[in-house]
Design a protein around this ligand. Structure first.
Ligand SMILES: C[S@@+](CC[C@H](N)C(=O)[O-])C[C@H]1O[C@@H](n2cnc3c(N)ncnc32)[C@H](O)[C@@H]1O
Length: 282
């Protein structure tokens, strides 16, 4: 586990980035984060599986986006670098892919900057999704990505850490306005866990100890944010049902949905995407 603490980091309170890192089996977390995840898993046992399933969704979405022709990614709420980072997945398929990582958490950003120091095609910056202009206008992001070209903006497992009063629909609109037609959004978001609503609610309460809330939302609310975006098949579905690999098919739906959606060039509706494989959409 990490011994190195970037300046100004509070190691006495858990946080979402480090808790997720621990749930995924990573090493950049502190005792307080490990206790937090252990306690959360006691009251909502699916929480660790959910982290792994979410990471797998991210990987499939990135591979699909590269196949769809995308060569630049803005990964917001990117987390602490772990297995299957976006630049690794994307550059494995197309080495010319560029990736700008953005996170609020200084540990996540510091580790990403260390890992990326020899990669001229990737940057990591500290910024807040609640202020999209600070991301879209960030010198390092502007220096790497050309938003006049189609871009994939990834907001994977981050919007459920944004409170309603920070206006997720506004955030998506402001990002959307900065992108050209043919760009994509990939989102995953926690939804009410019908089998264990009480456990999930207790974990949401636990997040009050962290700097960010955890706010699962109904699918209809998340869908409502996608005005002007066309979800590619299979639409907005439980993340483990979004184009699963053959060995991932048949699992019970988890309590998070995912979607990849395309911003339409004016008046054009594209219908020639590759068909989804595996599982029937939920
Ligand atoms: C669960 S992790 C997701 C990491 C990665 N996207 C993935 O899906 O594997 C959520 C990340 O969102 C970050 N985050 C939370 N609120 C944020 C905000 N307002 N702006 C930027 N990042 C934020 C956290 O620091 C954390 O690293």
């Amino acid at each position: 586990m990490t011994e190195w603490v970037p300046e100004g980091v509070d190691v006495t309170a858990p946080n979402a980035a480090r808790a997720y890192d621990f749930a995924l089996g990573g090493f950049h977390n502190f005792e307080v984060d490990r206790q937090f995840v252990t306690e959360a898993a006691r009251i909502w046992p699916e929480v660790i599986e959910l982290a792994h399933v979410n990471r797998a969704f991210l990987g499939r979405a990135v591979r699909w986006l590269v196949d769809a022709g995308i060569r630049q990614f803005l990964d917001i709420g990117s987390g602490i670098p772990t297995l299957g980072n976006v630049h690794e997945v994307a550059q494995d398929v197309a080495p010319d892919c560029r990736v700008a990582y953005v996170d609020l958490d200084p540990v996540a950003v510091a580790h990403a900057q260390r890992i990326l120091r020899d990669d001229p095609r990737s940057v990591a910056v500290r910024a807040d999704l609640r202020d999209p202009a600070s991301i879209l206008g960030h010198r390092d992001v502007v220096g790497l990505l050309d938003l006049a070209e189609p871009t994939a903006v990834l907001m994977v497992a981050v919007l459920h850490f944004i409170e309603d009063d920070a206006e997720p629909p506004r955030i998506i609109r402001e990002i959307s306005d900065a992108l050209v037609g043919g760009s994509f959004l990939a989102i995953s978001h926690g939804v009410p866990a019908l089998g264990t609503l009480a456990g999930q609610a207790a974990v949401s309460q636990m997040y009050r100890r962290t700097p960010t809330a955890f706010r699962p939302r109904p699918v209809a609310q998340i869908t409502g944010w996608l005005d002007g975006w066309e979800p590619v098949a299979p639409g907005i579905v439980p993340i483990n049902g979004w184009r699963p690999e053959p060995d991932e098919c048949g699992a019970a739906p988890v309590a998070a949905v995912g979607v990849v959606a395309r911003k339409q060039p004016d008046g054009v509706i594209r219908t020639d995407y590759p068909p989804p494989t595996g599982q029937t959409p939920y």
